[in-house]
Design a protein around this ligand. Sequence first.
Ligand code: ZN
Ligand code: ZN
Length: 426
Amino acid sequence: MDLKGILKRLEHCACGQQHTFDIKAVEIGHGVVDRVGAILQEAGFGKRLLLVADDHTLRVAGGVLPSLQQAGFSVKKWIYPNLLYARAEQVREVEALCADVDAILSVGTGSLNDICRVAAKNCHKAFCIFATAPSMDGFAADLAPIIENNFKTSWPGKQPDVILADTTILANAPTELKAAGFGDMVAKYLGIFDWKVAALLLDEHYCPAIADLTMESVKRMLSLADRVTAQDEEAAGSIMESLVLSGLAMKLAASSRPASGAEHAVSHYWECYKLSRGIWPEFHGKKVGVATVLMNRIYRNVAQRVEHITVGTSPLSKEEVLAAFTPMQIPEVEKINAFAIAGRVDPERLVKKWPEIRQLAMSFLPDDGELLSLMKRAGAATEPEEVRVDTDLLIKGLRYHPFMKSRLLLTHLFPMMGLDVMDFLQ
Ligand SMILES: [Zn+2]
Ligand SMILES: [Zn+2]
């Protein structure tokens, strides 16, 4: 990946913000697995490595170990049987192994990367991810979702110094994971839409160059939709590149805005609901893809059907909102205080800007039928049942997700516009 080209493109950005990142190298390609040792050597990694993986990821990335040995690395291994959740306990486990190593190499995706990301930051170690599936866009992130007390929050982590992936391994990853990566990327339409809305209504800082960079990568990935379910190295590599770039865009914008909007909040609601009841929440990108279909449809329907708005006080009471969360979640929700976020929007300005917001939704967000067709061709989930979300949870997530998000989403304003999200689902 041409990191220098990206930085060059954003040098002296017209938005006035300075954009930087910490990543030194991203290599996604055929045969990268055999060059891991050489690449880390070139990147200046110390010789003592802690390799964190699970049985499955170490097996599929078997070439990593000989390549490290050949380059003279000594490797301490910490292998989980199968790590589905990134919990605070696992972060502590990895941290406890860090005293006598120079760097952490995380072989895998998701939870394996997340626990290592936090440990690398806390223990001040160099950090490399060798990705085994293009399943979500957190690779380049400097935050990690970690579960503590059955509640998931973002912990500060280290942005990897090096991100590696071998397209043969990516192409052989299960279709469910590749399609999840696809689902996490179509979400960017909504992330960027909500970002633009916040810029229009609250003058939130918005960078068109970062939005463009993200959308170019989304479109490149969409053009390969038909090849996601095949063992196609180009398609898998392109999804991976898009996912890394999306993480980079967050770092460049110093905000999650380019990558997540109302759809991520809906998915997060479903996830926290299930976690608090001990239920497997499904893969991140798979849920996000389904939530994207729903929110995209709702935003487009609102834009098409609601020509004029009147703005009043919110018909939602605080009691009703809090009843949609578990006692353990309530302090987190109170901290965010989404009622106050909506209250920051000037009603007159909202009425004045409404035609522009409608126009934006209709011109920028994808057509429902086209989006569905692309996702189905890519093997991605599109229906709530596919991520085990029943009608009750569907309604709760669509109605109450804004109360988990500290930045303005258009859905924060539905109650004061007198709109019920459920009226626009069809
Ligand atoms: Zn900019
Ligand atoms: Zn995501």
